[in-house]
Design a binder for this molecule. Structure first.
Ligand code: PLP
Length: 371
């Protein structure tokens, strides 16, 4: 699905030198390299503070802790997402309240969010799924009306530009009270291991997030809050800092690959290509088709036999995962989520795809579907 090896070889000299530099300095945890990366990422994302941490799941958990969410508080989130979004809430004994998604954007249905609000609701967690933004202007308006926090799950959409109706543009992850991201290797900005970061424009919140990620301390061995241990190591920060300089070019390659697929599949009665709302520029972490009347398992196997990977993101929505049975997961009716879960398929998309590979992938998909 990705080709991180070829991507690495294109920047090998730079990366190797940066890693060696960290090794020679022996500053493996924290220090200048991590701080510099946080500053550079903050500038890129147009946000005041970036708090690096160990992974995207921790970023979500630390965010919910910093906002003071308490057991029993409800957080509204889509079910059509990676489990990490909701698992972090469940771990803190918050109650995830699942809403359906929009059939076009795969992102949370805005009207459903407003309907799901109860006196116990404390936060909304929009997920910019596959690299497409949630309609944040509307989410922020709802949050303001009901006095709720917004934590953006930006793990799949780093670099995505969101346009407001007044013409101003912000990066996703910088719009809510907090934004979270993941540097999992296959992500648009991927490390060579695990990593994550938290974004905020709020000074007080930034201090609290930083403390929670560091065992609740802001002075060594003085622990004011119950926190956790969540650090981005210096080797990962050094690599990410180099890759950050290439992020826009990586996004452009992904968008170009998506254009190729779009052209190949456009107008086919059995395939819906990913829609692109005018309020954002899709950064195509995934290229996901909706199949109509196609044997999806058959297609997956047909592609696999030709050496073409494909994935189902995600084969089971969160509300139907066993772990949420006891939290009332089975009581939900989320027809679009269920409908999409049965029909989506993601094709390889990354920075290193060439037209020959894409032609082979697209023509193989079409060959099977037109059989
Ligand atoms: C939407 C979403 N949220 C959260 C995460 C969690 O990130 P991590 O794997 O770094 O913990 C991921 C990554 O896979 C994700 O795709």
């Amino acid at each position: 699905m990705v080709d991180t090896k070829t991507q690495y070889f294109k920047i090998k000299d730079e990366v190797d030198a940066a890693v060696l530099n960290v090794m020679e300095s022996s500053m493996f945890i924290g220090g200048k390299v991590v701080n510099d990366f946080a500053i550079n990422l903050a500038a890129y994302n147009g946000v005041k503070h970036v708090i690096p941490c160990a992974n995207g799941t921790d970023a979500l958990q630390i965010s919910m802790m910093a906002l003071g969410l308490k057991p029993g508080d409800e957080v509204i989130t889509p079910s059509f997402t990676y489990i990490a979004t909701v698992e972090a809430a469940a771990l803190l004994h918050l109650t995830p309240v699942f809403v359906d998604v929009d059939r076009q954007t795969f992102c949370m249905d805005i009207e459903a969010v407003e309907k799901a609000i109860t006196p116990k609701t404390k936060a909304i967690i929009p997920v910019h799924l596959y690299g497409h933004a949630v309609e944040m202007e509307k989410i922020m308006a709802i949050a303001k009306r009901h006095n709720l926090f917004v934590i953006e799950d930006n793990a799949q959409a780093i670099g995505c530009d969101y346009s407001f109706s007044d013409g101003s543009v912000s990066k996703t992850g910088s719009i809510g009270h907090i934004g979270c991201t993941s540097f999992y290797p296959s992500k648009n900005l991927g490390a060579f291991g695990d990593g994550g970061a938290i974004f905020t424009n709020d000074n007080a919140l930034a201090e609290k997030l930083k403390m929670i990620a560091a065992h609740g301390q802001n002075k060594r061995y003085y622990h004011e809050l119950v926190g956790c241990n969540s650090r981005l190591d210096a080797i990962q920060a050094a690599i990410l800092d180099i890759k950050l300089k290439h992020l826009d070019e990586y996004i452009a390659s992904r968008r170009k690959a998506a254009d190729f697929y779009d052209n190949a599949f456009a107008g086919h009665e059995k395939i819906s290509i990913p829609s692109r709302a005018s309020y954002c520029n899709h950064v195509f972490h995934q290229y996901t088709l909706i199949l109509n009347n196609v044997d999806r398992d058959g297609l997956t196997k047909y592609l696999a036999d030709k050496g073409i990977p494909s994935m189902l993101y995600y084969p089971v929505p969160c509300h139907k995962q066993k772990m949420f049975d006891s939290l009332g997961g089975t009581n939900y009716q989320l027809p679009i989520t269920d409908w999409l879960t049965q029909r989506v398929i993601s094709l390889p998309i990354h920075t290193e795809l060439d037209e020959e590979q894409q032609f082979f992938i697209a023509s193989s998909v079409l060959k099977y579907i037109n059989l």
